[in-house]
Design a binder for this molecule. Structure first.
Ligand code: SAM
Length: 277
């Protein structure tokens, strides 16, 4: 394969910062991502942001089917050339944020793994959208800024832990699987990155209304430095005694902050709040 710089020069393509276009070309890293993502020949893969197709091609070699979304139509000829040997890939040239999840999942046609080297400005919206609303997702393997990676995979009672971490733990778990230095990208961004693997466990909290739990999580983290009891009082417009009762009934100490609670405790809290309505 010609190297990435040669390909970009051949097509006279200048990369757009606004689309977060920092491309990968390190073959060993691309193989490692697909291997650690445990993509097999039975898997359907959704790739968001195909770029020049280096990761797409690696995925197509391994998976049964790949559906990719790419916002920048200037990449059409490059992706066409990069993927011409494969008949199991379909690229849709659209802003993935403007396509409904229903349509995306229909195109995928079954359970799938989301793989993406995401533009940083849509990292959180994409992760939240798929965590909260996707029906057939088995897992996500996503390249994000290193500090975001550690936030996603953090444990409760650490400074990295936040609403998005709880959101992940309500549906599964996350681990950082590869650290990727900025020099691995063309052009190099200003920060280092890491690949996070999110495993979805469909039976985790089966029967629980997760939308309600997420509401509680939002209220709990509304003012991170405040104690949870204060955020409950403000969020639900209830007196202190009622907020303290809720915490006691859920088996939670009165002095905690939201960052101390596990996903299991948020589920308990939500059940108690529900009863008290
Ligand atoms: N996957 C390629 C790689 O690893 O080299 C490219 C990764 S680059 C960080 C992100 C890609 O996402 C860019 O090609 C960019 O054009 C595309 N992109 C940005 N916003 C998008 C959106 N809303 N929908 C679909 N693709 C998007």
């Amino acid at each position: 394969m010609e190297n990435l710089r040669q390909i970009l020069a051949k097509y006279n393509l200048s990369l757009k910062k606004a689309f977060g276009q920092n491309f990968l070309s390190d073959q060993a890293l691309l193989s490692e991502i697909v291997e650690k993502a445990q993509v097999s020949s039975d898997d359907i893969v959704l790739e968001i942001g195909c770029g020049a197709g280096a990761l797409t091609r690696e995925l197509a070699r391994t998976a049964k089917k790949v559906v990719g979304y790419e916002i920048d139509t200037r990449l059409k000829p490059i992706l066409h050339d990069m993927l011409e040997d494969f008949n199991n890939v379909e690229i849709v040239f659209s802003d993935v944020m403007k396509v409904s999840l229903e349509e995306i999942e229909k195109k995928l046609g079954g359970e799938y793994i989301l793989v993406a080297n995401l533009p940083y400005y849509i990292t959180t919206p994409i992760i939240m959208r798929f965590l909260e609303n996707a029906k057939n997702i088995k897992g996500m393997v996503i390249m994000v800024q290193e500090e975001v990676a550690y936030r996603l995979a953090s444990k409760n009672s650490t400074s990295d832990y936040g609403a998005i971490t709880v959101g992940i733990n309500l549906r599964g778990s996350a681990e950082v699987i590869i650290n990727v230095g900025r020099e691995k990208f063309t052009p190099p961004p200003n920060v280092d990155s890491a690949v996070v693997k999110i495993t979805i466990d469909k039976d985790k909290f089966g029967g629980v209304d997760l939308a309600k739990v997420r509401d509680v999580v939002r209220v709990a983290f509304s003012s991170r430095r405040k104690m949870l009891v204060n955020n409950l009082m403000n969020g639900y417009k209830i007196p202190r005694v009622k907020a303290e009762n809720i915490l006691t009934s859920a088996g939670i100490e009165l002095t905690v902050r939201a960052e101390n609670l596990t996903a299991e405790q948020f589920v308990e809290l939500s059940k108690v709040i529900d009863k008290k309505d």
